[in-house]
Design a protein around this ligand. Structure first.
Ligand code: GLC
Length: 397
């Protein structure tokens, strides 16, 4: 019955895409509010929204290279602008810009061609719609009709990812009605509702299938009854939407470590990119994702189709696969790099809570040296320590 939730967990790694009118302003997705831009002024951005034909194809290609199995696209963000044909609900959508196309359609088509699961981010709060402030039940009608379009016009989707309920915590969002609409058209869609920075990992309405950890540290979600997934969403710099002055990038290795940490807690990792106005990725976003993908290609067994482990390993991360375990250890410094980097040779050992029968490194298939029956010796990869984490496939006695 909850197979779709297990399937989601098995995807492991996804790409988050914040794309909208704010990509034109190049000052981040909150700039309308933070810079106090009036509606009329903000709407002028629509005239400059010219998205290139190949945007979705290119995006999906990068996601594939990065090792992402799903993509969550902002179909509408807090500014109220939609990337899909709202069918007369509003004229504040991509159809009413020089682009003149349904970008959600293009996105879904490209995902389907590439075997990537499409997910829709959708804002709950709305800075522009007058009913949001003045007639909340009427605004919910508009929201539900919008969701109905997304759930009925694009074939099977992976899920809906909501955001913004935290803006009006005490109002009646009619959650039963919102989620009921999704279940009517997409019974197996994941329903996710971001609880924001303040309430990471918090369980919500019974129809919700995954908790969120926005830019947070994940923990395993243990429930009796319905299994609940978990997902950490993270940014490469300090913005979700493209902000041209933002150079505060994190490291590729930090992102890999976060991905591994998510997986060992049984959670997924959703890593964000913010395309520029025409839909292309910023070269650094693309390059970072591709490097992460390079690491994953060697070590993919740690990421997909694995579970929380019942066996542990000191100072290392462990996943449970079919009849084996995957142990990610920090690569040891040693060999020639010793001399070059003036680091003394050291081959740390990682002690498992079970006796090891056999083990080999995923990256080159070589045998893992074992000490005392249950300790993995952390050896360098052939080009030194730069592979960062090495993953050993371990069979236990
Ligand atoms: C926060 C931000 C929002 C962003 C979201 C992604 O809620 O307000 O702009 O879309 O995080 O998780």
């Amino acid at each position: 019955m909850y197979e779709y939730i297990e399937n989601f967990k098995n995807l492991g790694f996804g790409m988050f895409v914040h794309f909208g009118l704010y990509s034109v302003s190049a000052t981040g997705e909150w700039s309308k509010l933070t810079n106090g831009i009036e509606d009329e002024e903000y709407e002028k951005l629509a005239k400059r929204f010219k998205v290139k034909k190949s945007w979705a194809k290119d995006l999906v290609k990068t996601a594939k290279l990065a090792g992402c199995k799903y993509i969550t696209l902002t179909t509408r963000h807090h500014d109220g602008f939609s990337l899909y044909d709202t069918k007369g609900l509003s004229d504040f959508d991509s159809l009413h810009t020089p682009t003149g196309r349904d970008l959600v359609r293009e996105f879904v088509d490209e995902c389907n061609k590439a075997g990537i699961v499409p997910f829709f981010y959708h804002t709950l709060l709305d800075w522009r719609h007058p009913d949001y402030k003045n007639n909340f039940p009427k605004y919910i009608d508009y929201l539900v009709r919008s969701i109905e379009i997304l759930c009925s016009q694009y074939g099977k989707i992976g899920g809906l990812w909501f955001d913004g309920m935290w803006d009006k915590p005490n109002d009646d969002w009619q959650e039963d009605r919102i989620y009921g609409t999704i279940r009517k058209y997409q019974p197996e869609a994941m329903i996710i509702n971001n609880t924001g920075l303040g309430e990471q990992g918090k369980l919500g309405h019974p129809e919700i299938d995954s908790v969120t950890f926005e830019r947070g540290k994940p923990f395993p979600i243990i429930t009796s009854g319905k299994p609940i997934a978990g997902e950490v969403c993270e940014i490469l710099n300090d913005h979700w939407g493209y902000a041209k002055a933002d150079v505060s990038y994190k490291g590729v290795k930090d992102m890999i470590e976060e991905l591994l940490d998510c997986r060992q807690c049984g959670c997924n990792f959703l890593l964000n990119v913010g395309p520029v106005a025409n839909g292309s990725l910023r070269p650094i976003d693309k390059a970072m994702l591709e490097l992460i993908g390079q690491w994953i290609r060697f070590n993919k067994n740690f990421i997909y189709n694995v579970n929380i482990s019942d066996v542990t390993c000191e100072n290392a991360m462990v996943m449970k696969g079919d009849n084996c375990y995957y142990v990610a250890v920090k690569t040891a410094m040693g060999g020639n790099l010793n001399v070059v980097m003036n680091i003394s040779a050291n081959e740390p050992t990682y002690k498992m809570s079970a006796k090891i029968k056999s083990a080999k490194w995923l990256d080159d298939g070589s045998k893992v040296e074992i000490k005392n029956g249950n300790e993995i010796v952390g050896k360098t990869f052939d080009y030194g320590p730069s592979a960062y984490y090495r993953v050993a496939k371990v069979k236990i006695k």
